[in-house]
Write a protein that binds this ligand. Structure first.
Ligand SMILES: NC(=O)c1ccc[n+]([C@@H]2O[C@H](COP(=O)([O-])OP(=O)(O)OC[C@H]3O[C@@H](n4cnc5c(N)ncnc54)[C@H](O)[C@@H]3O)[C@@H](O)[C@H]2O)c1
Length: 246
């Protein structure tokens, strides 16, 4: 009889941490649903028989429901675990009052998390088992003089609050929720590398003198998603090379 590996849904899977999580999971034989706005071009990952791409906008419940339907159609079940990486990083000085930017960041990062948890989490709740991993950032707790990120920091604080609340609400129903808070990671999202002064300052004071890699974050996400973390619920795990301790 064919062995059935867990089904993992990864949002934001076309780039950065989401792509690294999907790649690691696919190589570990998970059945992986990659959700994103558009599919990564020519990605060998999508040619594997244990991956599927679902075009999905995490700010739309209909879009998330279609992605869930595709997962169920492909593998005959909803996800056993969800790693929610979709998000944006945009900055603007608060005193400029760019309300549009503020609303966009909250919409994608906060509402997107609420809807992803609501649609995919519900599917796990219905089966009485599952694991939800949300991506916050050390920005939820650590101010940054180099970039005006109040909107982003607020959205990532919301992710932490949501994750801890869901851990309490859903833990008794078999679904664990944990939050990963990455430091500065080398992905297309990271803008500090374009500012030589700020980048130099960061590297000079960072305990590990380097940025993290997407795979280093992905490994923690996958650990939290899987059975190795069976008694971890409501945790907020920094993956920042110690940036928060200095
Ligand atoms: N890179 C870092 O330094 C860093 C640090 C802390 C936290 N994070 C968080 O980690 C997560 C992943 O970041 P990354 O660095 O991999 O970024 P990334 O920009 O490389 O990837 C983000 C992905 O999310 C997708 N996305 C954006 N809006 C979407 C939507 N509405 N629906 C579906 N998909 C959407 C994008 O298409 C993209 O593929 C984000 O939540 C980010 O805030 C990143």
């Amino acid at each position: 009889m064919a062995e059935h590996f867990p089904v993992l849904a990864v949002t934001g899977a076309a780039s950065g941490i989401g792509a690294a999580t999907a790649r690691l999971a696919a190589t570990a034989n998970y059945r992986v649903a990659m959700l994103d706005l558009t599919a990564p071009a020519n990605d060998a990952l999508l040619r594997r028989n244990n991956t599927v791409f679902a075009e999905c906008d995490v700010t739309s419940r209909e879009s998330l429901r279609s992605a869930l339907a595709l997962i169920e159609e492909t593998w005959g079940q909803g996800p056993d675990a969800v790693v929610h990486c979709a998000g944006i990083y945009q900055t603007s000085a608060t005193e400029e009052l760019d309300l549009e930017l503020f609303a966009r960041v909250q919409h994608i990062n906060t509402t997107g998390t609420f809807l992803t948890a609501g649609v995919l989490g519900r599917s796990m709740l219905e089966r009485g088992a599952g694991s939800l991993v949300l991506l916050s950032s050390i920005a939820f707790a650590l101010g940054d003089e180099a970039e005006p990120g109040a909107a982003y920091a607020a959205s990532k604080g919301a992710v932490v609050s949501m994750g801890r609340q869901l851990a309490a609400e859903w833990g008794p129903r078999g679904v664990r929720t944990n939050v990963v808070a990455p430091g500065v990671i080398d992905t297309p999202m990271t803008t500090i590398v374009d500012n030589a002064q700020a980048y130099g300052d960061l590297l000079a004071t960072h305990p590990m003198r380097r940025l993290g890699t997407a795979e280093e974050v992905a490994r923690v996400c996958l650990f939290l998603a899987g059975p190795g973390a069976s008694f971890v619920n409501g945790a907020v795990i920094p993956v920042d090379g110690g940036q928060c301790i200095v």
